[in-house]
Design a protein around this ligand. Structure first.
Ligand SMILES: [Zn+2]
Length: 269
């Protein structure tokens, strides 16, 4: 991504295909305020065939965990647009869960997904899903990227392309993890870089980092909401972490985001 400015701060295990792991270098770019793994195309491709969230036998479990959250995202999107019946494009639509809910809520929805098995699965279920953005109908009123942007190796190019696909009054709603502060706090206190909070993200953004990316892509961030875990089915311990970090974020009047994830709303500039 920005190798010239970045420096390696460690390595972290990354699953290539089931039960095969590589030790991927992790770089930090302080200008972009990101950590990123150095992965090749082959590793990336294998990972997206073997990750737990692309397996068809996990589809119902993931629906049960996430459909409440996706409904919340759609409500948020509709509210920000101020109209119903909008055209929506979901990037990294996976099993098509958000599309399915969007259709029920009166959106005209299409999705983009790179995993061919998932595309076929969505098509069988009557959803409109493409393997590339150019194939999708444009312009659209809303673009959603829910836990998908941090897998994209060239995010500025992607967001510029999506900005061009957006109508002038359109809105981007994205959810990314927000864990860099945790890695930095541990590194500062213990002198240890622990990259487990990255999960399987290729690029891990801070709030500053995601806003910077959107700005570089010609988009303006209008809202950053701490992910409170609303609508998600979680164990008690996880629920407490989401609730307490969301409350802590709000106590700082959202000048410091310590929630495990953030929902970012952006518009064309
Ligand atoms: Zn950079």
């Amino acid at each position: 991504m920005c190798d010239a400015l970045a420096e390696q701060v460690g390595t972290s295990p990354y699953e290539t295909d089931s039960a095969t792991w590589v030790d991927a270098p992790v770089l930090e770019c302080r200008t972009c305020d990101i950590y990123f793994r150095v992965l090749d195309d082959n590793t990336r491709k294998q990972h997206f065939r073997s990750a737990s969230y692309v397996q068809l036998d996990r589809e119902r479990a993931i629906w049960n965990e996430r459909h409440g959250f996706l409904s919340y995202i759609l409500d948020l999107t509709e509210h920000r647009l101020g109209k119903s019946g909008a055209k929506l494009l979901d990037i990294g639509c996976s099993y098509g869960h958000l599309l399915e809910l969007a259709v029920k809520n009166g959106f005209h929805s299409e999705g983009v997904e790179i995993n061919q098995d998932l595309v076929a699965y969505c098509l069988r279920r009557g959803l409109v899903v493409w393997t590339s953005i150019e194939s999708a109908s444009q312009p659209v009123d809303a673009i959603t990227l829910i836990d998908s942007l941090y897998y994209v190796p060239r995010p500025v190019e992607l967001m510029r392309e999506l900005g061009r696909a957006l109508s002038p009054a359109g809105v981007v709603v994205l959810r990314v993890t927000n864990r860099n502060w945790l890695i930095q706090a541990k590194a500062a206190m213990l002198g240890i870089y622990d990259f487990r909070p990255l999960g399987d993200a290729e690029i891990s953004y801070s709030v500053h980092g995601i806003c910077r990316l959107l700005r570089r892509a010609g988009l303006v961030t209008t809202d950053i909401l701490p992910d409170s875990g609303r609508g998600k089915c979680m164990k008690l311990k996880q629920r407490l972490i989401y609730a307490s970090t969301c409350a802590a974020t709000n106590m700082t009047l959202r000048s410091l985001y310590v929630s495990p994830g953030v929902i970012v709303i952006a518009r064309p500039s």
